[in-house]
Design a protein around this ligand. Sequence first.
Ligand code: SIN
Length: 347
Amino acid sequence: MRNLLKVFMYCILLAIPFLTLACTQYDDYPEDLEQLSEDERLVIRFSHVVGEDTPKGMAARKFAELIKERSNGRIEVQVFSNGTLYKDVEELNALLNGNIQMIAPAISKLTDLVPELSVYDLPYAFDSMEEVHEFTESKAGNQLKNLLKQHNLIVLGLWDSGFKQISNDTRPIEHYKDLKGIRMRIMQSDILAEQYRTVDALPRKIDFNTVFQSLQKGDVEGQENTLTNITSKNLYSLQKYLTISDHGYLGYFLLFNYDFWKKLSTEDQELIKETLEEVQEWQWQIAKELNDQKLQEIEDCRCIQIHYLSEEEKKDWEKRFSPVYDYYKQHFGNYYIQNLPKYKDVK
Ligand code: SIN
């Protein structure tokens, strides 16, 4: 009997390390991702074209950190910034082909795929970021986002860059007539091209990562962008004049390849959606703060002549841009324009 008890105790002692290992394997994922099998790990490759110190770059990193922490290292978001993996058009193709799983392109760059989205590009379409957010969450905004599903893309959020400003090397831009004849770099969007044609400027669609060289070589004399993009790429060092015009919105849809998304477990989808919602709130705040901070830095450097459009001047510009709205209506109807917050209640 005593011998039997001894054998039993011996077996228990032998089993303890194996039982401990079995329990911890399923509760805590080890930090070293190499220890996880391919089936256990989830890698999300996220490519974007701006610097890490921009509102998009910062939010991308925050999202990656939070997801890693909350999934105990099981889900890894690999962020490729500054166009190091793919440039403007390439990143969308790579997402469509499933070579990467996530991107956050400027909405303007999706307008070749879904031209109706260029309602976001219309000059003075929004008076505030709050209006952009309201529109994006509205019925019309959701219909627009759903159009991307036909292309195997799902939108899981909106990040702001801010309102665009105009810089150039030729003359101060105070009146819209001052834009006449100036070669302006724009993103890939027909509505943005139309915006500049309307005031007799010469729009040129150029990839973001080559704007600096294009300005330097004199291929274009001016460009429009948010202050965080203008400063992070040091574009203002090549320009004499800056106009604070707030004439257009620049923001990003957070896009996933839809086939990839549908294959994720409900728990993983929930974790990603909740984390993105939290990061979005934070990102909106950071975008605002950084743009204010960059304006202060540009003012302090006294290295570029700044003109601030008055409210009256903005109204004047807005009126002059009305043919751009007609162009949009002719091609895509009035529905999305009518649903912009500033026109919604206008009879
Ligand atoms: C970006 O903010 O992602 C780039 C915008 C641009 O192409 O000007």
